[in-house]
Design a protein around this ligand. Structure first.
Ligand code: 5AD
Ligand code: SF4
Length: 468
């Protein structure tokens, strides 16, 4: 058994990062069996789930779409807020019921960020003995060995490493889409924003080599992919740990040169976002003019307490530079309300930025205490009731601007990558604009996977309607 340790997880040494190749080769022990993977959280987790599926398929498992038919269920978890944690434990209850009543041989496993939290693994050890294995984020490539050990020995397997992490190349992957692909460019984070658990669950900032990223994009293009999204907790810090003079601006330019039709990237941190990066985005047609730029708070006092390393004024300067240089650009953001010490005045500063800035979308979060982070130990934690009231107020201010903002699309022609049928209406197709806005429209199935022109005819708050 290897248990997580939050103190080790926080350490940052100067040890060299190991670049290793995936080398697990096992017999087809999953032949004839089915798996079900449920993903919580961010795009990096979605891509990790594609790797989990790839590994399971490599030993013969096939995918099924219901837990009722599965022989193995893996929950790829998120630790960012308490509600993600609650959802996982709620779902474990459902799985226990299936194991007790219908399928005693069902294997249940936990991967992802929650497995890196000591409080979570302690809870599993004491109260969730029916969980068969826990595999951490740093040793995901060892998942198949962990499952095999469980099957061979029939004992609960806990294998979580708390260290800075390696870069593992060549993990098998089964992608969910055949048009749009996730591409990791860096792992981990060294920013240590005081509210955030990620630097503890994902380790030190580690960049993949430019060669492996570009090779992956070239291969995706050859396989018919139209869009890549470059992934990292802080993509703007790409390269800092690996190169002296090669950063995200250089990488974007090299990825753009591959000729892939659409390039996106998430998540950006304003602190590492240089003017050179803005210029590259502005100058390349295949780099989408869409930037997710988390603000978190509009109050300089709170930004400082959050350790965000920028002021409201610096954020606005960067925002204005993006909007003025990048044609037809759109910026979305994340905002946390109710951070410890946030006064009415601080909250008003956030509202003020939201009113000044034309955010295409705001992902709003109620501050959630995370064990081990600095903010969890801060005094002046905000009562739940006030947090919720502020959340509702922010939501209202934002929603008032949505319609106005959407109107600019009506009557225009937009390029859309058609992704498939709309989830809510199977008769309609759906896709996204350059700026990542969802559009639904009627059209023949052959359009799926193509980039086409759509005329926008109306706006409906969270999506636009168009015509081919
Ligand atoms: N509480 C609330 N929101 C958080 N986020 C990160 N940590 C917390 C937390 N403890 C939000 C931030 C981040 C997004 C992915 O999640 O806004 O940008
Ligand atoms: Fe968390 Fe801050 Fe790193 Fe983003 S930049 S992952 S919010 S610590």
């Amino acid at each position: 058994m290897k248990m997580p340790n939050m103190i080790d997880a926080k350490k940052r040494n100067n040890d060299k990062i190991n670049y290793v190749n995936y080398n697990v080769s096992l017999d087809k022990f999953g032949e004839g069996k089915k798996f079900f993977v449920r993903t919580y959280g961010c795009q990096m987790n979605e891509h990790d789930s594609e790797k989990i599926k790839g590994m399971l398929k490599s030993v013969g498992y096939t995918e099924c779409d219901s837990v009722d038919n599965a022989d193995i269920v893996i929950l790829n978890t998120c630790a960012i807020r308490e509600n993600a944690h609650d959802k996982v434990f709620g779902f474990l209850g459902v799985l226990k019921h299936i194991k007790d009543t219908k399928n005693p041989g069902l294997l249940i496993g936990i991967c992802g960020c929650m497995s890196q939290e000591k409080v979570v693994v302690d809870e599993i050890l004491s109260k969730y003995k029916y969980v068969d294995f826990v595999c951490g984020t740093h040793n995901l490539d060892n998942l198949l060995n962990i499952i095999k050990d469980k099957i061979d020995n029939n004992t609960q397997q806990i294998e979580v490493l708390s260290y800075e992490g390696d870069v593992v190349e060549g993990v098998p992957v089964v992608r969910d889409s055949i048009y749009s692909a996730w591409v990791d460019i860096q792992y981990g984070c060294d920013k240590f924003c005081t509210y955030c658990i990620v630097p503890y669950t994902r380790g030190k900032q580690r960049s993949r080599t430019k060669e492996s990223i570009i090779e992956e994009v070239k291969k995706l293009k050859k396989d018919g992919y139209k869009e890549v999204t470059l992934l990292g907790q802080n993509v703007n810090a790409y390269g800092k740990d690996l190169y002296n003079d090669y950063n995200l601006a250089n990488l974007l330019s090299d990825v753009s040169d591959t000729g892939i039709e659409r390039i996106r990237f998430v998540t950006s941190h304003p602190w590492d976002f240089t003017e050179k990066m803005v210029d590259i985005i502005a100058s390349r047609d295949n780099i989408m003019p869409y930037i997710h730029l988390p603000l978190q708070s509009g109050s300089n006092k709170i930004l400082k307490l959050m350790n965000r390393r920028y002021t409201k004024e610096e954020y606005l300067k960067l925002y204005n530079s993006i909007r003025s240089k990048v044609k037809n650009s759109s910026v979305t953001t994340d905002i946390i309300v109710g951070f410890p010490g946030e006064t009415e005045e601080d909250f008003e500063d956030t509202i003020d930025v939201v009113k000044q800035v034309n955010f295409e979308q705001i992902f709003m979060f109620i501050y959630s205490r995370r064990v081990g982070t600095r903010a969890d130990k801060m005094e002046n934690q905000i009562p739940e009731e006030i947090k919720h009231k502020r959340f509702d107020r922010l939501k209202q201010v934002f929603e008032e601007s949505v319609e106005e903002n959407n109107k600019k699309y009506v009557g225009t022609t937009q390029k859309i990558l058609v992704e498939g049928h709309s989830k809510n209406n199977q008769d309609m197709l759906t896709g996204r604009t350059d700026t990542n806005k969802v559009v639904i429209f009627e059209g023949p199935e052959e359009l799926i996977g193509k980039i086409i022109n759509i005329k926008i005819v109306s706006e409906h708050k969270w999506y636009l309607k168009g015509e081919v």
